[in-house]
Design a binder for this molecule. Structure first.
Ligand code: G3D
Length: 182
């Protein structure tokens, strides 16, 4: 980024442009989360499941975001690779109500993805989603279950928080942290 652009951003006269990858298993709540992040006027009443991926662009906390919502369906996983290089941060959504199988698969997906060179040192925000459901596990239980420290490795900023993409609780806190790292 040019010095002039940097200067304008510091003065609050321009916005940073950043791309964020939103990933996780199917049904975790990625599409609902991305819809919830959008300005109220752009929100959709009903979110349709993402097939492959979808790209949304909107501003949040003085940042112009390109948010790429990747479907968790196995057959689309290779599609993600072309976006790794372009993104500056990763948001990983875990269904905190999903049970052992979901947690095991989430761990595998997270580990496999973060091992990639293109994503080295990219800040990672993990959402333990569906916290509105009484049986949902809390953030620290999810962190342990997916071995978050091990998967994140050294030299990467990471954060985990519980959220509900349905009600919006916890989302803003998570993104404030993430944008602060970009
Ligand atoms: P995906 O994009 O990761 O595949 P979706 O997931 O956003 O399509 O969400 C999958 C289902 O989980 C949807 O239910 C959605 O309403 C629900 N969901 C998403 N986030 C939350 C949440 O925070 N709390 C609760 N209780 N449910 C959530 P349906 O019934 O439409 O399949």
């Amino acid at each position: 980024m040019g010095l002039w652009k940097n200067f304008l951003i510091r003065l609050g006269l321009a916005k940073k442009k950043r791309s964020i990858l939103v990933v996780g298993l199917a049904n975790g709540g990625k599409t609902t989360l991305v819809n919830r992040m959008k300005p109220t006027k752009d929100r959709e009443e009903d979110v349709a499941p993402t097939v492959g991926f979808s790209v949304e662009r909107f501003s949040l906390h003085k940042c112009k975001l390109t948010v790429i919502d990747m479907s968790g369906q196995e057959r689309y996983l290779d599609l993600w690779e072309c976006y790794y290089k372009e993104c500056q941060a990763v948001v990983f959504v875990v269904d905190a109500t999903g049970g052992d199988d979901v947690l095991r698969e989430s761990e595998k997906m997270l580990r496999g993805m973060l091992r990639r060179d293109e994503l080295a040192r990219r800040p990672l925000l993990v959402f333990a989603n569906k916290s509105d459901v009484p049986t949902a596990l809390g953030a620290s239980d999810i962190a342990r279950a997916v071995d978050l420290m091990g998967a994140a490795g050294d030299g990467r900023a990471w954060h985990i928080g519980a959220c509900s993409a349905l009600t919006g609780v916890g989302i803003d806190e998570g993104f404030r942290w993430l944008i602060g790292k970009l």
